[in-house]
Design a protein around this ligand. Sequence first.
Ligand code: ZN
Length: 432
Amino acid sequence: MDLVLREALLDGRAVDVLIRSGSIHRIADPGGLEPERTQAPPRDRSVRTLDARGLHLLPSLRNGHTHAAMTLFRGWGDDLPLMTWLQERIWPAEARMTPEDVYQGTRLALVEMIRSGTTFLNDMYWHAPAIARAVSELGLRAHIGAAFVDLGQTEVAERWGREMDAWLEQRNDWGPRVRATMAPHAIYTVGRDNLRRLGDRAKKLELLLHIHLSETREEVERCQAEHGVRPARLLQELGLVDERLVAAHGIYLDQEELDLLGTAGATVVTNPAANLKLATGGIFDYPGARKAGIRVVLGTDGVASNNNLDLFEDMKLAALIQKHRAVDATVLPAPEALALTTTTPAQLFGPGSGRVAEGEPADLILVDLSGPATRPGHDLASDLVYAANGSVVHTTICDGRVLMHDRRIEVVDEEEVIREAAAAARRVTGGD
Ligand SMILES: [Zn+2]
């Protein structure tokens, strides 16, 4: 079926957009698509037309680092010290999570993402097939980590290894919108030999390698004490630093580490809300990273440390915190903040370039900026980054499929998702 967006605003002018077979087939002046539509193949003649008058057409957003199923822990154990929160709340609850719980938590996350204009997530959690099932059903795109932890114990390594193998085996069975990554959790939860092994495997399988890196001062100090080098240097020694490396956080990377990551073509995902909430005490050196040539994208991290998946909020936070850190209001201007969730992650994760243009994948949002908070409308990028939040998203499209229109989710019964996730949350937190 063809999809037509009628009179959407693109770069300030009204256009009609024809979406066919998952891609932007043609962008024309209003009324200019008629000849195209009659050329559709006979079996594909049906056309759905969406009235997009007054709505801004933009690329949908991409979340560079998250743990989607942690929606089940939203608001459960906030304002606790990091280790108390992990040891007394999160880890015992996670140990109770079944694949079904992960599926339900992920579905809740995906509905929230669709509502706030996100159609891609780079996820890291366990029970990867349950995540893939949710993503596949709800029509988004995802890179899903083959997560791995060993905690220095053989039996732990074997358990996670089995789960990783099972996911890697089936990684191509979920269609082109779902891809796998290798995802060793962090240098303090995975030993040297296993890190090296997973790095080799990522190379062999040509997968991205997704890891938490340099998130706290303690991680750096422990690394120096145990290995005699800082975290990024350790990863380099173990062969993990190349253009496939996707490092979440990178708060305590020093200049030498930034340079070695930049030279290798690696990526850092900055997660400002989670970093602030968990009181990590530092701020990622965005200007230094850019100068070193590092690709920087934006993530929300899990809901348990955010507490939502609204990338509009994180764009604003990223821009503000970087200006504050640099004592320079020109750092990370609004168009650059938008690029952190659109064109830059597209270079890394694909598909397409993260722009609205003919031939690009139809991963799109229609945004309604007619409300008072985004008026009078002097500057679109500024309004999106500094004034808006995810509630401005009116319609979300991924791979040419309408996931939400006029703020109504079309791919799943939203009430049922919320109900089932609440039941799963009660189970895993011991609420019943
Ligand atoms: Zn994380």
